[in-house]
Design a protein around this ligand. Structure first.
Ligand code: 13P
Length: 253
């Protein structure tokens, strides 16, 4: 893989200012593991504070509003998160698709707003357990991506895809290495078709779903796994750094 492995912590709806000490610890330690690119996506309320702590790690948001600044009480635009110090935004996470009934059209509008604000995007996809059990996981994931991949060639350089099987999120279950590899290869073929091989090669495909220090090495050494999107294990510097260390050693191997 051309680029360094990308290890991103998605804090979800967790974190008060007490978490800033974890962010600082992650940032200081990440300077020793430069073979991995490390980032965190705190809740909106902490983006600016984490950005001020961060010398090494990237800071991003977990969502943005699908449009420009204006009269939308309680919403946060891509311009605002960029101004707070975010360099990327996670879009299409299965928890937002489920909790807020986000549609492909809304996700596409968010992608456009994020690109306009100069942000990078982590676009999430993933099937539920019934879909996998019916043998339709690959078709479902590729359809989800086809509906939302930005159709402009130079979007590829600002795009990361995260494959997160819904049934593996927060459950302690992970997909088998063979299933992860097969899905990531299928996603790569779709990216090749969409952007051409040269541009597609710039897009890393992360795996997410119960990634921990104990399983990170095996997952990160699979072909086409360009990093991990980490939920629960990103909430403590110790466990998150365990994954960063595994990524940086995988890169050396
Ligand atoms: O949803 C995830 C990251 O976006 C994965 O969450 P867990 O690592 O807690 O399973």
């Amino acid at each position: 893989m051309a680029e360094r492995p990308y290890i991103v912590g998605n804090w979800k709806m967790n974190g008060t200012r007490a978490m800033l000490s974890e962010a600082r610890a992650i940032d200081r330690a990440a300077q020793r593991y430069m073979k991995a690119e490390v980032a965190v996506a705190p809740p909106y309320t902490l983006i600016h504070a984490v950005h001020r702590e961060a010398e090494q790690i990237g800071v991003g948001a977990q969502d943005c509003f699908p449009g420009d600044d204006g009269a939308h009480t309680g919403d946060i635009s891509a311009t605002m998160i960029a101004d707070a110090g975010a360099k990327f935004v996670i879009l299409g996470h299965s928890e937002r698709r489920a909790d807020h009934r986000e549609t492909a059209d809304q996700i596409n509008a968010k992608i456009q707003s994020a690109l306009d604000a100069g942000l990078r995007i982590i676009l999430c996809c993933g099937e539920t357990l019934p879909t996998r059990e019916k043998g339709e996981a690959e078709k479902f994931v590729l359809d989800q991506l086809r509906a939302s991949l930005p159709q402009i060639e130079d979007a590829a350089e600002r795009l990361t895809v995260a494959y997160e099987p819904v049934w593996a999120i927060g459950t302690g279950k992970t997909a088998t290495p063979a299933d992860i590899e097969a899905m990531h290869r299928a996603i790569r073929r779709l990216l090749d078709e969409t952007y051409g091989e040269e541009h597609s090669a710039q897009v890393r495909i992360l795996y997410g779903g119960s990634v921990k220090p104990e399983n990170a090495r095996e997952i990160l050494s699979l072909p086409e796994v360009g990093g991990a999107l980490v939920g629960g294990a990103s909430l403590s510097a110790e466990s998150f750094l365990g994954i960063v260390v595994a990524a940086s050693e995988t890169e050396e191997a």
